[in-house]
Design a protein around this ligand. Structure first.
Ligand code: COA
Length: 331
């Protein structure tokens, strides 16, 4: 049975930098408030007309190049996004057309901040069964257009940003790659981090002028509840993947947590007694880019030489749903 490993990574963030001071023009906030509570200094926003599939193109090109592959070598695309270009069709279809892939299968998945880790699990199964040899996994988001930039939305708006990350998952006969993935959800907390409209259950049309007036089209978050659950679940799911593989905290060479905010990452690090060199963080530069955050961080960690062959790498995520997941691999 072949193993599935990450043969190439890439990322892309839009060029427009939005600093904390830039946000303070629109809302009553300060650079120090945002830094103290989230560690975020700046994030990137797309210009009007740019969707996740556009951000995914340079990320995918870099991942293909790093893997030594071309678009013709890819057998399947998994596109993780909760901010698709359109609701119909999925962003995977747009990417297939824009990059000229063969008429291969494309699968959009949601699961919000856990999208990339869930996607790894899907890719792993297809590779291990021999169905596919090379799968392109994208995490790409345009969250900026779901932000309420008024005082009303300031607790959420300061956190999220836009970006894309890509990984090629390939088959290998070597003893390396994904060891296991672990996925969870708890839908009773759906309203703690959600966008209420447009929605099919609202009736026809799916969004009304009063919904817009009430700001139902914006991402809403109960920050304290999200924080509390995130800490618990991150720790649980990291321990779960270690236990499943008879490994311990000391065996981790690199933990790439979903870049939710720096305080969450720091608390996980402290509770698990991980050293600074075992944990990667870049949330200060990009904010929380939902499904894109882990593949962006992964690509940066590799570019910085922080992950080398043979390393034990752990990914862990938590987000809207709630959903949470982990994946552990031998690099
Ligand atoms: N700038 C300035 N003040 C702000 C603000 C902003 N951007 N956002 C909220 N505030 C205010 C609040 O209105 C409140 O004022 P009040 O005391 O007068 O009512 C005060 O700051 C404290 O708000 P609170 O919600 O208690 O802050 P907090 O310490 O819980 O921090 C978060 C808020 C969002 C930073 C924090 O809850 C958090 O990090 N949650 C997790 C978010 C996350 O990671 N989400 C993604 C998960 S995938």
């Amino acid at each position: 049975m072949p193993n599935a490993y990450i043969s190439g990574t890439g990322f892309f963030v839009p060029p427009k930098i939005v600093t904390n001071d830039d946000l303070s023009v629109y809302m009553n906030t300060t650079d120090s408030w945002i830094r103290e509570r989230t560690g975020i200094i700046e994030r990137r926003y797309v210009e009007k007309g740019v969707g996740p599939s556009d951000l995914a193109i340079p990320a995918a090109n870099d991942a293909l190049k790093a893997a030594g592959l071309s678009v013709k070598d890819i057998d399947f695309i998994i596109f993780a996004t909760c901010t698709p270009d359109y609701y119909i069709p999925g962003s995977g279809c747009l990417l297939q057309e824009k990059m000229g892939f063969n008429e291969i299968g494309v699968l959009d998945i949601r699961v919000q901040c856990s999208g990339f880790v869930y996607g790894l699990s899907i890719a792993d199964q297809y590779i291990k069964t021999g169905e596919f040899n090379n799968i392109l996994l994208i995490g790409a988001e345009v969250q900026s257009t779901a932000m309420d930039l008024s005082d009303h939305g300031r607790d959420t708006a300061v956190i999220f940003g836009d970006g894309a990350g890509a990984a090629v998952i390939s088959a290998t006969s070597e003893k390396r790659g994904i060891l296991s993935t672990h996925m969870h959800s708890e839908g009773k907390f759906l309203k703690e981090l959600w966008v209420e409209a447009p929605a099919s259950k609202q009736g026809r049309p799916r969004i009304l002028p009063e919904h817009l007036d009430q700001g139902k089209q914006y991402l809403k978050m109960n920050g304290k509840e999200v924080f509390r659950h995130a800490i618990l679940r991150f720790i649980e799911v990291i321990n779960e993947c270690l236990l499943a593989n008879n490994l311990s905290i000391d065996d981790i060479n690199m933990l790439i947590p979903h870049q939710a905010n720096l305080r969450i990452t720091q608390m996980i690090q402290k509770k698990l007694d991980l050293s600074d060199s075992q944990v990667f963080s870049n949330v200060h530069k990009y904010g929380n880019t939902t499904a894109a955050s882990i593949p962006i961080a992964l690509a940066e960690a590799i570019n910085e030489g922080k992950i080398i062959k043979g390393d034990t790498v752990v990914f862990a995520s938590f987000g809207s749903g709630f959903t949470w997941a982990s994946s552990i691999m031998e690099w």
